[in-house]
Design a protein around this ligand. Sequence first.
Ligand code: PA5
Length: 453
Amino acid sequence: NNMFSEMVGEEHGLLRKEVDDLKEEIKKAHENIHRAKNEGKMGFMELPFTQKEVVEEIRSLANELKGKFDNFVVLGIGGSALGNIALQTALNDPYYNYKSEARDNRPRLFVPDNVDPARFKSLLETLDLKRTIFNVISKSGSTAETMSQFLIARKAVAEEVGEENVSRHFIATTSQDSGYLIKIAKREGFKTFYIPENVGGRFSVLTPVGLVSAAFCGIDIEELLAGAAYMDEICRTENVWENPAYLNGVLQYLAYKKGKPLSVMMPYVHALKDVADWYRQLWAESLGKKVDREGNVVNVGPTPIKALGATDQHSQVQLYMEGPYDKVITFLEVKDYGAEVEIPGSYKDIEGVSYLGGHTLNELIQTEKRATELALTKNGRLNCTITLPEVNEFTMGQLLYMFELQTALVGELLNINAFNQPGVELGKHYTYGVLGRNGYEDKKEEYFNRPEK
Ligand code: PA5
């Protein structure tokens, strides 16, 4: 609006016209997305509508095992882990793992998402393995980190409960027809859930990848999918002004094109902190690409950054406010935090503290967000805000789906394939070679002949 452009100035702001000028590109992107969807290549867009049976299966397993396990551990990495964390942080009590009344006989959740030896060892030592169930998640069924976690956990569980009881403690979530995990799961008799072939890891939070741990921890997975379905419905139009996923995507795209390669997501709601982490992977792996669809070297991609309000006002905001004009900031805010905390009016004679009395933490954090927004705008720093009425299953389903669709759109606008990740392969292949996996001998040689520092 006028106030905004007066404050920001054309040099750094975006004009409505710039969005309108992209109408033809958006139309083409929209057609490409829907053509790919009709050809069965946009699996994430089918998920809100095609999982009735699997949702039932997950829910009945979670109910059947309620009270039988104290701990649920997700073994997985990247797209096979981050959605689990995002859902848990958003939708369960912040201290769920420590509060039995918040869990109501459901298991605690642990998602190590790494192979740090000290952390993984400590986790297995901390948990009572007799009362622990693991969901081993790997779409490819061969990821070194996940399979190593599994091999270690399986051995530890077998030592604790005996070989004959191992299968009770593991679920495998993987491709139905390919990879090694499905072979192992069948041999062991593990309960299995499948990741549809046409859904990539970072787009898989609304498959059993994210839904199983969510259901075990009491999250209403049907509502999550209903929220995603609702967002899908309102995003069917190619009119960018009526399609929130497209509008946000286009604003991000324009910001990137206009010299703002850094895209910060900054929730002012602690519950959404790990959504920013999940989004960081979605955005980075999908949009950071060397070649375009025609094979030209383009080396594109915005760099996603996660921040947290109000915490990072005391860490990052100085840079966002006065550093280079290279960022666009996306705030996430919520109208209703689901709790209100009043600040007591103590120390009446010390005005510099007592003025806080009678206000609430809600007012404080909301005012801080708006004050930061205003100050950034005054300083000519691009920012936008996504507002949720509250954080619940329905709004989370909407938000996650919106970001996925937005990513597909920006992939189209950048003319790259948003659904592959060739850039992470080379590093993996060196690792395979060094650890002795067949077929990677040349990589091993290259690794050991690498130039001295
Ligand atoms: O988005 C992706 O494809 C990746 O981040 C994967 O999720 C990650 O590499 C783990 O892969 P997998 O599920 O095959 O073990």
